[in-house]
Design a binder for this molecule. Structure first.
Ligand code: PEP
Ligand code: MN
Length: 338
């Protein structure tokens, strides 16, 4: 860390700062200028006490971090991109993974019709919420255990791998019995007890970005999963809350590019929650591929107008098949394969 001491600070007060730095476990290296001293404090910022508290001393002007707050998620810790194996489906690397399915699991017919259609179009992972985080308690909350059973039936018939959301830490064991990938939703992205419980499940985890989460906070949430022993972490950008209301959320493709620069973890884009409009899904998928996304998570429903959740943003099966076909040249241009 770099500790900037105020100009014209008397030598005794500079020494006080240097003593505090040693006290906190760092090696101080003062650089004494004519008016001002700067101290480079050498030590591991991820294991030592943060020196940011030194700004409590009146002679300290600023404290600057040198290291990133996330370590296991950072590219330095793992320069090659991580490729995750979710029940045989690879996430990361050259392949662009397609995850698709309904927002909520509603019935056997709805789920199986969708599963067959998305598989025929090229998806390898079936999405569908058995437990739904709804803004209102009066809205459809998901089928719960029955939804998990239907997801298992869809996997048995189609061979698609299953991604489904886990809402609370007490449901992790139950949901992990069905899921090939556990989804942590935007509303739970900083529920640290849930993150720890999911890490311990041993299943790959897809971590959505929270509605108002900074990239650093998102990567630190991923760090929780990694630090608790689960190396199989997938990031998912799904739009953030802004002042804009032409879209439900503002899909932040810059954050995808940054996450790809900063981490070795695969990054997936969810254009469906990302904009909340079926008519924008196709162009946002193109953008996601262009900025380096490793996959797409797209909501598909046999009759979006009748959906019990998020009907406005779901594609019907022919539109999904058309979407996948239309993406082929973009996937090739990005040096990827479907
Ligand atoms: C979903 O995928 O249907 C969902 C609820 O996602 P998010 O947590 O991103 O809102
Ligand atoms: Mn949804």
């Amino acid at each position: 860390m770099i500790i900037v001491i105020r100009p014209h600070t008397p030598a005794a007060q500079v020494e006080e700062v240097i003593r505090e730095i040693s006290q906190l476990g760092y090696t101080p290296n003062p650089i004494r200028g004519e008016y001002q001293t700067v101290v480079a404090a050498i030590g591991d910022e991820t294991t030592h006490t943060s020196l940011e508290s030194l700004t409590a001393l009146p002679q300290v002007e600023r404290v600057l971090r040198v290291q990133k707050r996330y370590k296991l998620a950072s590219k330095e810790s793992h320069p090659a991109g991580t490729v995750i194996d979710a029940g045989g489906v690879k996430i990361g690397g050259k392949h662009l993974v397609l995850m698709a399915g309904p927002c909520s699991v509603e019935s056997e017919e709805q789920l199986l019709t969708t599963a067959r259609a998305v598989k025929a179009a090229g998806a390898t992972v079936l999405r569908g919420g058995a437990y739904k985080p709804r803004t209102s308690p009066y809205e459809f909350q998901g089928l719960g255990p029955e939804g998990l059973r239907l997801l298992e039936a869809a996997r048995a018939e189609t061979g698609l791998r299953i991604i489904t959301e886990v809402l609370g830490e007490h449901d992790v064991d139950l949901v992990a019995k069905t899921a090939d990938i556990l989804q942590i939703g935007a509303r739970n992205a900083q529920n640290f007890q849930l993150l720890i419980a999911c890490a311990r499940s041993g299943k790959p985890v897809l971590l959505k970005r929270g509605l108002s989460m900074r990239v650093e906070e998102w990567l630190l949430a991923a760090e929780y999963l990694l630090a608790h022993g689960n190396p199989n972490v997938i990031l998912c950008e799904r739009g953030i809350r802004t002042f804009e209301n032409y879209t439900r959320n503002t899909l932040d493709l810059a954050a995808v590019a940054i996450a790809k620069q900063e981490t070795h973890l695969p990054v997936i884009v969810d254009p469906s929650q990302g904009c909340g409009r079926a008519d924008l899904v196709k162009v946002l998928c193109r953008g996601a591929i262009a900025v380096g996304a490793d996959g797409l998570l797209v909501e598909v429903h046999p009759h979006p107008a009748e959906a019990l959740s998020d009907g406005q943003q779901q594609l019907d099966p022919p539109s999904f098949a058309d979407l996948v076909d239309s993406l082929r040249p973009f996937v090739a241009a990005a040096g990827r394969q479907l």
